[in-house]
Design a protein around this ligand. Structure first.
Ligand code: DGP
Length: 113
């Protein structure tokens, strides 16, 4: 999608610190971290949010949780722990309308989401 920031990151038009990548997913550091380690996982294919998951290929749907867990391991969070979250829509304050999973860790996180 031409006016999507995250599609531009996928295409290399906007720089990002990529930590993991396959043909179907990219993981990169959040520009405004909410934890010592804060990485976003996005599908290469543009879908607006989790509500459009069905539009992803079967392979991408299968890979998604595996890719998220691999990314957390690459970040060294698998033993200490981490939180995974995604936002959909206005009440969740979704700011970027390209599906993304927040991986947060590197410290004891708040009890509230
Ligand atoms: P959300 O509220 O779930 O839509 O979170 C969007 C996240 O995207 C927010 O934590 C900041 C991050 N973000 C927005 N623009 C950019 C960007 O250009 N580069 C990077 N690395 N992160 C971005």
């Amino acid at each position: 999608m031409s006016d999507c920031i995250f599609c531009k990151i996928v295409g290399g038009e906007i720089p990002a610190e990529v930590v993991h990548r396959t043909d179907r997913f990219v993981a990169f550091r959040d520009i405004s971290p909410k934890a010592p380690i804060h990485v976003l996982v996005i599908p290469v294919q543009h879908v607006a949010s989790i509500t459009e998951s069905a539009a992803l290929s079967a392979e991408a749907r299968q890979e998604m949780p595996v890719f998220i867990a691999e990314t957390a391991t690459i970040l060294g969070l698998d033993n200490s722990g981490y939180r995974v979250a995604t936002n959909h829509g206005d009440d969740a304050r979704q700011a970027v309308h390209h599906m993304h999973w927040h991986i947060l860790g590197g410290d004891l996180l708040s009890e509230s989401m």
